[in-house]
Design a protein around this ligand. Structure first.
Ligand code: ARG
Ligand code: ASP
Length: 727
């Protein structure tokens, strides 16, 4: 539809060329005009200002990987249920099952401290490219270049004026062509204020994940506490609610199709400027391999979780996180193919080549770039595949090998320095180990270990690990008896056994080191890891820097050759703004998706007793009574979620969806299935972000949970959106 609109009404090309995760400090230069054309009523400096309060002061990076926003003058923080989930799970037990039942503090005194959870705000940002690249010369090798930049960054940070409770960081942008400095402030006394039960906060769970229509109330609330000067302080009962520089008013007006929205947050990673060959490899080679490993792991986990509720609690967060990327990669594979991403990139590259061929200077400088990149990528392909297989099967989804890998550093340190520093290292890690075992079940992990090794033995290059695994298995069990081998390892290793591990940790360092070194899981890991280090790593280590160098040059070349195009920097976990209209989409011929879902849709999906689609009785009652209060739409429906053409990615979860006037209208939490490829190939025609409608959040807090007192600290606004003309 959007394409048609652009074509027929000849809207300025600007308005149609959407997408992008823009730097807040550059909005005035690059985006303000377009944003206003799309309906935004705010000036760029109301959104970002280094020295005056602006929207940015309401936005924080939540717990390192998500986004959160301030919604009251008393430090009340809104984020996703899935972002708070780790903390909610850690606070839960079978007696107090907040995952299952939800939780609402009835007063500040009842809020639950969430140790380890952080909220980071950006105070200001600054382009420091010239300083970061000082004394960096064209002919420099990548290693020397990086060393020089690292030195410059140390200098930049040392020279930055900041308060002692603030921090600085410098990050590369545009593949290392530009650098920005950020002054940040991180709070670490956060307390859980409330969460709906999973049957609301995670409604539809993995089946509905990455899919529209969606009916999830994916939100939770925390409160930030600070010392009496409003500065960060570790948890302390004397701390007081944080007073943010800005908090978002919450709009009761709702949204309509075509309304301007913006999403402000911390997108993690995108790769929008890769070559066609790199995109082909991801979609056709790497994604399928990663998916196949996780497929196996998930099936095994599922079989155990269904049998035992205690296992389900222990593994539910791990399962969700494995399943999340697993499903996304499948959507990505499909989207890249369906919407012809490689072909589009090829056409773009043809245009690039044509332009440089018409310019002697460019031709001299850039003609070799793409052929070189593609040649190296093809050389890299088998190694990249081996890396992904190894990481997926032997590190990430393999708990015991992952644990061995992380404790391996103890042993390496012992071998190097003897007992010096050994004890401190162990003490430092003691609580991490405790956490590990809390949600660990050896019998489950044993089955996963066996399944993943089997897959690895079948698929890893025989000379790079496949044969090693088969030999080890045959030596301890029968040929190809992976379960037998797993049984041997799990019976004889201390790693899966918390009690044995604990006793060992209390022993003398030399005994501890000796036992671990002779442990069968450790020995197996060592062999497996050597196969990787000897055969895969060296090639990766030579090819990766060469490819990044070329990619940096290609990025710079694109920005020169396509002067008419605006380039946003790929996401890198720094603060960004994206904007676009509320809009449904048409993924296929004759299929149209509405922009909004409502509570009737929750009831359509309701499966009593199902672990993904059960609905709490109280919500059913409210639905029957149509008791929606001020939260209903003009048609008398209770809105649940809506779609926008905002360019988001992982890390944007929990980001506020803000209307044209700066009010909160939604809470970002996902993307649509057809558009999950947006990290590599954003297409404004079909890529949509999914947001919880803020009215659903308020409804759940107020009517469902009876925690309406929280609304009193918010600033609710209504009636600001008068007589909007229909688009
Ligand atoms: N797909 C969303 C994101 O990438 C939501 C994930 C949480 N939900 C879930 N069912 N696992 O994070
Ligand atoms: N669900 C993602 C997140 O957790 C957002 C996305 O990938 O669209 O950040």
């Amino acid at each position: 539809m959007q394409r048609l609109l652009c074509f027929f009404f000849l809207l300025p090309a600007l308005v149609c060329a959407q997408g992008g995760m823009w730097l807040p400090s550059q909005l005035e230069k690059l985006n303000e005009k377009e944003m206003k054309a799309l309906g935004c009523k705010l000036d760029a400096d109301a959104i970002y200002h280094a020295n005056q309060p602006s929207l940015k002061d309401a936005i924080c990076q939540f717990d390192g990987g998500c986004t959160g926003e301030m919604i009251s003058p008393e430090g009340l923080l809104l984020t996703n249920h899935h972002c708070g989930f780790d903390a909610i799970q850690k606070l839960s037990s079978l007696q107090h099952n907040y995952v299952e039942d939800g939780f609402w503090a009835q007063s500040k005194a009842e809020e639950l401290p969430a140790p380890g959870v952080t909220a980071m705000f950006v105070r200001r940002m600054e382009d420091v490219t010239l300083l970061a690249l000082q004394d960096v010369t064209e002919g420099m090798g990548e290693k020397d270049r990086q060393a020089q930049i690292d030195k410059n960054i140390v200098q930049i940070r040392a020279n930055t004026k900041k308060e002692k409770w603030e921090e600085t960081l410098v990050r590369p942008f545009y593949n290392g062509n530009q650098y920005f400095l950020f002054v940040t402030i991180t709070y670490n006394d956060l307390r859980l204020v409330g969460t709906p039960p999973s049957s609301i906060g995670k409604f539809g769970a993995d089946t509905d994940n990455w899919v529209w229509p969606r009916h999830t109330g994916d939100f939770s609330m925390f409160r930030i506490y600070a010392d009496k000067d409003n500065h960060p302080a570790p948890y302390n009962t004397n701390n007081v609610p944080y007073k943010p520089g800005h908090f978002l008013p919450v709009s009761l007006d709702g949204i309509e199709e075509g309304d301007f929205t913006m999403v402000y947050g911390f997108p993690g990673r995108t790769d929008e400027y890769l070559s066609a060959e790199a995109v082909r490899q991801t979609g056709a080679v790497l994604d399928p391999a990663r998916v196949s490993v996780r497929d196996r792991a998930l099936k095994i986990l599922d079989s155990y979780m269904r049998k035992d509720p205690a296992v389900k609690i222990a593994y539910v967060a791990k399962y969700a996180s494995i399943a999340n990327a697993w499903k996304k990669w499948q959507g990505e594979m499909l989207g890249l193919k369906t919407y012809k991403a490689v072909e589009k990139k090829e056409a773009y590259e043809a245009e690039f080549t044509q332009r440089i061929n018409a310019n002697t200077d460019w031709k001299f400088k850039y003609a070799n770039l793409l052929p070189r990149i593609n040649q190296l990528l093809r050389e890299m392909e088998p190694y990249a595949l081996a890396r992904d297989y190894y990481l997926e099967a032997c590190v990430r989804n393999n708990e015991i090998l992952g644990l061995v890998a992380s404790l391996n550093s103890w042993i390496e340190s012992y071998d190097k320095n003897g007992a010096v520093g050994f004890n401190t290292k162990i003490q430092e890690n003691a609580s991490r180990l405790e956490e590990f075992y809390k949600n660990y079940r050896p019998e489950v992990d044993e089955a996963v270990f066996a399944g993943l090794l089997e897959l690895y033995a079948q698929n890893a290059n025989p000379d790079w690990g496949g044969t090693y695994v088969k030999q080890m298995v045959a030596g301890r069990a029968k040929p190809d008896d992976f379960s037998g081998f797993a049984a041997y390892i799990f019976k004889n290793s201390v790693f899966p056994n918390q009690a044995k591990m604990k006793a060992l940790l209390a022993d003398k360092p030399e005994n501890l080191a000796l036992t671990l070194k002779n442990d069968p899981a450790y020995l197996f890991y060592k062999g497996l890891n050597s196969a990787y280090i000897d055969n895969v790593q060296p090639k990766l280590q030579t090819l990766t820097p060469s490819i990044s160098l070329l990619q940096r040059q290609y990025m710079a070349a694109q920005m020169v050759v396509f002067k008419d195009k605006r380039f946003f920097p790929d996401a890198n976990s720094t603060l960004r703004l994206t904007y676009g209209p509320v809009r449904g989409y048409e993924p296929r011929n004759a299929v149209h998706y509405e922009f909004q879902s409502d509570l009737d849709g929750v009831m359509e999906k309701y499966i009593p007793g199902d672990y993904e689609f059960d609905v709490p009785k109280r919500l059913i009652d409210l639905w029957k009574a149509k008791d929606y209060g001020v939260y209903a739409t003009s048609e008398g429906k209770l809105p649940v979620a809506f779609l926008g053409a905002n360019h988001t990615t992982g890390g944007n979860s929990g980001s506020p969806a803000i209307d044209a006037r700066g009010n909160l209208v939604g809470l970002n939490f996902d993307r649509v299935w057809e558009g999950t490829m947006s990290d590599l190939n954003y297409d404004p025609a079909i890529c949509r972000n999914i947001m919880v409608d803020i009215r659903y959040v308020l409804f759940i807090v107020d009517k469902y949970a009876g925690a309406g007192y929280l609304l009193k600290e918010m600033k609710l606004v209504q009636g600001q959106k008068k007589h909007k003309k229909k688009k």
